[in-house]
Design a protein around this ligand. Structure first.
Ligand code: FES
Length: 334
């Protein structure tokens, strides 16, 4: 059984199962409302119930008083709808609204994705959560000092298990460790979320998403978030790599392609072997050939600085104004 949940003032509407909290439903559908602990102790998620009734769960009097309940307030990490409900809460659309934390995490899984790419999944303590916007990154804090930046590859709906895609850089202190000695149950400390490369959910413009190599990670987070929201914004995703074997998550891409008519993926290989029958060359050439006029898009670009800067310049020349170009240029963390 489920109830209808309306979020004001945005007007977003979604289903909330009768056994899930309002916060869980919002995150599951890709809508970011403020929270931190998710266990009823910080009050970050306190907001107004405009109509409908809820079960307040384990809400403690000192966090939400009876007077506050009578005035229509609730903790959305605890409140479970008993009817259709409307709430008033400002959806988070800016990085400055999110608390940056330093947390320990435990490696829960390590997966080889491509010859030089590993995905690691980090579990954060049960008493903590990491709220972030799709596209943001974290800094892994090294024991030896220093930090390494990696984009979060999962959508914010799962904020207890973080996914990173790590490219091996020969001789790189951290990436050599990831590829040789890092194992499940190891502890990594990190700071985050960081960065302003996140999807602007309020826009309705079609999307041009572009990645090279592991620049796919933040794009994956954005796409998962859009699909969770049932967004129908057209998406053209261009992914460039050197060799076809550098692509990963092919099954996921195929699934998205067959499930979402508004999603198109173009995979481009710059140094193709004879067995590759898809697009060749560089993503910038393909995009500019496919779209002589790009003025209607929002563009999200993540990858090697050469690609990011040349594509940004080409898009502007083809009519896209800079405020619709969001870019994250990176060199691989060592
Ligand atoms: Fe901390 Fe709800 S998120 S009380």
């Amino acid at each position: 059984m489920s109830y209808r949940l309306r979020i004001e003032p945005s007007g977003h509407e979604l289903d909330c199962d009768s056994d899930e909290t309002i916060l869980e439903a919002a995150l599951r559908h890709g809508f970011n409302i403020p929270y931190s602990c998710r266990n009823g102790t910080c009050a970050t998620c306190k907001g107004r119930l405009l109509n409908g009734t809820v079960d307040y769960g384990d809400t403690e009097e000192k966090i939400l008083s009876t007077a506050e309940r009578n005035a229509g307030l609730a903790l959305f990490c605890q409140a479970i709808p008993l009817s259709d409900v409307a709430i008033e809460v400002r959806e988070i659309g800016a990085a400055k609204d999110i608390q940056i934390k330093t947390l320990p995490s435990r490696v829960s899984k390590v997966m080889d994705m491509a010859p030089d790419v590993r995905a690691i999944f980090l579990k954060i303590p049960a008493t903590e959560r990491l709220q972030f916007l799709p596209g943001q990154y974290i800094d892994v804090l090294l024991k030896e000092g220093g930090r390494r930046s990696f984009s979060l590859a999962n959508a914010p709906g799962d904020d207890a298990l973080l996914e990173l895609h790590i490219k091996r850089v020969p001789g790189g202190m951290f990436t050599d460790h990831v590829f040789s000695t890092l194992k499940e149950k190891d502890i990594l400390r990190f700071e985050g979320p960081l960065g302003t490369f996140f999807i602007r959910q309020e826009s309705t413009r079609p999307l041009l998403m572009v990645a090279t190599g592991t620049g796919f990670a933040p794009i994956k987070s954005m796409l998962e978030s859009l699909f969770a929201q049932d967004s129908i914004r057209p998406v053209h995703f261009y992914w460039g790599v050197r060799h076809a074997e550098d692509f990963y998550y092919q099954d996921l891409l195929n699934e998205w392609h067959s499930r979402y008519a508004h999603f198109r993926v173009i995979q481009v290989v710059s140094r193709p072997e004879s067995s590759w029958s898809g697009a060749t060359g560089y993503v910038t050439e393909h995009i500019m050939r496919d779209f002589p006029d790009v003025s209607a898009f929002d563009a999200y670009i993540c990858g090697h600085p050469d690609m990011v800067f040349s594509l940004s310049a080409a898009l502007q020349e083809a009519g896209l104004s800079p405020e619709h170009i969001f870019a994250d240029a990176f060199v691989f963390a060592k």
